[in-house]
Design a protein around this ligand. Structure first.
Ligand code: NDP
Length: 339
């Protein structure tokens, strides 16, 4: 195959329930030519993220759905291989919301792509600890959760991109941290490497509520919710007076075809004067520089670790995406497309 043949991954059909490989189609096309003011980008890494599942349905949400037959888009890192923009040069490494394709053109302006300095940190960190997941952990926990020393913080989806960082930031804030994740291997990493105080495996537990109660003898002050569903029902039954529940994600519900019904939490929020607040990370766009600065300092000081699960090969991107729903990733799930 000509080295410069392009490949694109299209949404072939809308998933019903759990997404499958046949919801995607890989097509070959010509490499596009950049127009005036544009750059040509060669993809290096693609990010696969749970929120993309929402865009594959035609339900209205905060981001519009992908059209069937359209290239899937998400976070990516690439190299500028041709530039017709004054702001970017050949060889620049950039990140932005780009398509699942080997080559693509983009507007050469700050609203479309941002240069990253590969000398400061590995380029993959722009999609993880120093990118959207890192900012989500930082602002969600600190701005909404407001953890105080000695408080108990429970984190669901604890071994993922956001969760691993929330656990560590909560430890930096001197909290008792109780993690919930889907395998013993993940939980070993959370306790041994990240220093959480207790880690529960919701997939093997026979009585998660009892285990949560034992792990949180002083109740729950902050709940960082990445998953929703029954795990969250269990955690919310243990909240303390003045507790804060940070609604970051609800991955356990993303593949449901009809609305889920669970315990009603309002009476408990009421008697505990507790707060439950959702957020979308772009709410904090004006403060991203502050977040990246703080995360970067903790990294440089060795106070923050990050894990990446890297699948090799562009064609494996849909498989890597599906793996999110099977819990195949420890830390940030990425696809390496090229060196
Ligand atoms: P992760 O890296 O955490 O990957 C998803 C993980 O979710 C899997 O590894 C799996 O781990 C777990 N999971 C999958 N299905 C279920 C289920 N049915 N029940 C419980 N756990 C499940 O993804 P991210 O860190 O990128 O995202 C975490 C959450 O945060 C997601 O819900 C995402 O949508 C949300 N998010 C929200 C943002 C916002 O702006 N509010 C921004 C970024 C992310 P396990 O082995 O533990 O099951």
């Amino acid at each position: 195959m000509d080295e410069r043949t392009n490949k694109k991954i299209l949404l072939a059909s809308r998933p019903v329930g759990v997404p499958a490989l046949d919801n995607f189609e890989i097509v070959e096309t010509e490499v596009p030519r950049p127009g005036e003011g544009e750059v040509l980008i060669r993809t290096l890494y693609l990010s696969v993220d749970p929120y993309m599942r929402g865009r594959m349905s035609d339900r209205k949400s905060y981001v519009p759905p992908f059209a069937v037959g359209e290239v899937v888009t998400g976070g990516a890192v690439g190299e500028v291989v041709e530039s017709r923009s004054d702001s970017f040069q050949t060889g620049d490494i950039v990140t932005g919301m780009l398509g699942w394709q080997l080559y693509q053109t983009a507007k050469g302006d700050a609203a479309s792509i941002r240069k990253i300095d590969a000398r400061l940190a590995p380029v993959t960190t722009a999609l993880g600890v120093l990118g959207m997941p890192g900012l989500t952990a930082y602002f969600g926990l600190l701005d909404i959760g407001r953890p105080a020393p000695g408080e108990t913080v429970v984190v669901s989806g604890a071994a993922g991109a956001v969760g691993t960082l929330v656990c560590q930031i909560a430890k930096l804030k001197e909290c008792r941290v109780v993690a919930v994740a889907g395998s013993d291997e993940k939980n070993k990493y959370l306790t041994d490497e990240l220093g959480v105080d207790a880690a529960l495996n919701y997939k093997t537990s026979t009585d998660l509520r009892r285990e949560l109660k034992a792990a949180c003898p002083r109740g729950v002050d902050v709940y960082f919710d990445n998953v929703g569903g029954e795990i969250s029902d269990g955690v919310m039954s243990l909240i303390n007076k003045g507790a804060r529940a940070v609604i970051c994600g609800q991955i356990s519900l993303y593949n449901l075809e009809s609305l889920d019904v669970g315990p009603r939490v309002q009476p408990s929020l009421l008697v505990n004067s507790a707060l439950m607040r959702g957020f979308i990370i772009t709410d904090y766009a004006a403060r991203f520089a502050e977040g990246v600065g703080a995360l970067g300092r903790w990294l440089a000081e060795g106070k923050l670790k990050y894990a990446e699960n890297i699948v090799e090969g562009f064609d494996n991107t849909p498989r890597a995406f599906l793996g999110l729903f099977a819990g195949e990733n420890l830390g940030k799930q990425l696809v390496k497309v090229a060196d």
